[in-house]
Design a protein around this ligand. Sequence first.
Ligand code: NI
Length: 226
Amino acid sequence: MLLKIPNVLNKEQVHQVKQVMLAADWTDGNVTAGYQSSQAKNNLQLPENSHAAIELGDLILATLAKNNMFMSAALPLKIFPPLFNCYQGGGNFGVHVDNAIRQVPGTPVKVRTDVSMTLFISEPDEYEGGELVIEETFGSQKVKLAAGDMILYPSTSLHRVTPVTRGRRLASFFWLQSMISSDEKRSLLFDMDMAIQSLRNKVADSPEIIQLTGVYHNMLRQWAQT
Ligand code: NI
């Protein structure tokens, strides 16, 4: 499932994040890349344990915890702290697949990457290129969203970022381990949850909605790993 989650950050928060990012010290993006992806990666990153990355990561995680669409689509168990990158001057990231397991720096916590997220911090008209291209079963999808919007996609997908030939592309990217490792099952649960919520807005709680809600939770109970 490829899902756009609009307005994860409002414009004021985007502005705040951008100011902190622009004032921070950057490092080569290869510090968090595995061997294969390091051959393909050409961008800048905020150091993982930097004050800026931690402060901004906490802000993003706090807003996501209140985002119903995100919670329903991702069913997160463990979230890797958000990272921040910058592409400019032809910077790009060739085709790769993200590492399956990531250890949270300075902790024994390991996160299996089931879902990948990119949260756009620069507006699309601030740079040329810089599309996130995700290979899906039905072909490749090019993603370039408004600042504050986020794309969520299965970490199993091959993906790349096309060269940024003008301006600067700031973004946050991170991964999570879902209670539902299968993208197929997670999509089913998400569709069902969305349909139930939309039904509930059309008709007041009816016995059928209560029954469907029960089915949703019983499916989650069968499939979830916690
Ligand atoms: Ni990646």
